[in-house]
Write a protein that binds this ligand. Structure first.
Ligand SMILES: C[S@@+](CC[C@H](N)C(=O)[O-])C[C@H]1O[C@@H](n2cnc3c(N)ncnc32)[C@H](O)[C@@H]1O
Length: 244
């Protein structure tokens, strides 16, 4: 089974970084990461990861266009307050599958994507506005969105930068706006796997990051549904912006 926009390189990698917990041999735990990533490292984290996505753009689209993430879309929409249509930011929208889904439901959705080819594909496929931005150098309007949908995206943000990025996402939400996030989970390892930088948090660590950034948990669940926990590599969670 393929889900959530990750297992696009085929069955050989099905059991490594995406469809099961990440390969521990290739990445370090936070404890082992004694060295802080410097500005050049961070440029490489974003640059090399985005190059990887751009190089594999066509395969990524073929491998993920039919993934069913309606559970995640619904998890966000059902927590939004007020009357639709809602204004939604699809953070790390990739080639635009979910942009189109939100637009077809009548919502006003904007994509954000750092990989040039994917951003172009997303515009063409969905007809939506797509901002080409790096997660690590965001420039977001304040108080603009009812919801932020971050499907298989925030795990590309190194742990040391995550508090800042989450504060930026909080600030782009309206008061009581909602952040949805789904990430491949792990035991708090981070580093390079198969050409992409990823951080694989467990629920306790993820909760600490989100609470510290001013979010209140509304729900969490593991995917795919109906399987034993060890075969549920994805941790999905829904958070409300606290305060004004
Ligand atoms: C696993 S894909 C998920 C795509 C889409 N949300 C989905 O569910 O199919 C992660 C996305 O994040 C984007 N991304 C990764 N690092 C990024 C960065 N530093 N800045 C902007 N986009 C980034 C990738 O280009 C890719 O489109």
């Amino acid at each position: 089974m393929v889900i959530d926009g990750c297992n696009f390189l085929g069955s050989a990698q099905h059991n490594t970084s995406c469809s099961s917990l990440p390969n521990r041999e290739t990445i370090a735990t936070y404890k082992e990461l004694a060295v802080k990533l410097n500005p050049q490292d961070l440029e490489a984290v974003a640059g090399r990861t985005l190059e990887h996505y751009d190089r594999h753009a066509a395969d990524f689209w073929q491998g993920t266009r039919d993934h069913d993430v309606s559970q995640n879309i619904e998890a966000l929409l059902q927590r939004l307050e007020g009357e639709p249509p809602f204004t939604i930011l699809d953070f790390g929208c990739g080639p635009g599958r979910d942009l189109k889904a939100f637009a077809e439901l009548g919502h006003v959705v904007v994509g954000l994507e750092g990989a040039a080819r994917l951003a172009g594909m997303a515009r063409a496929y969905s007809g939506c506005e797509v901002w080409r931005q790096d997660f690590l150098r965001l420039d977001l309007p304040s108080g603009r969105f009812d919801g932020v949908f971050a499907n298989a995206a925030l795990f590309h943000v190194p742990g040391q930068e995550l508090p800042r990025v989450l504060l930026e996402l909080r600030a782009t939400l309206k008061p009581r706006g909602v952040l949805f996030s789904s990430n491949p989970r792990g035991h708090n390892e981070e580093g390079w796997t198969q050409g992409r930088y990823g951080a694989y948090h467990d629920l306790a660590t993820w909760r600490r990051y989100l609470s510290a950034a001013g979010f209140v948990e509304l729900a969490h669940y593991y995917r795919p549904t109906g399987l034993p926990r060890e075969r549920q590599p994805w941790l999905a969670s829904v958070w409300r912006r606290a305060g004004q």
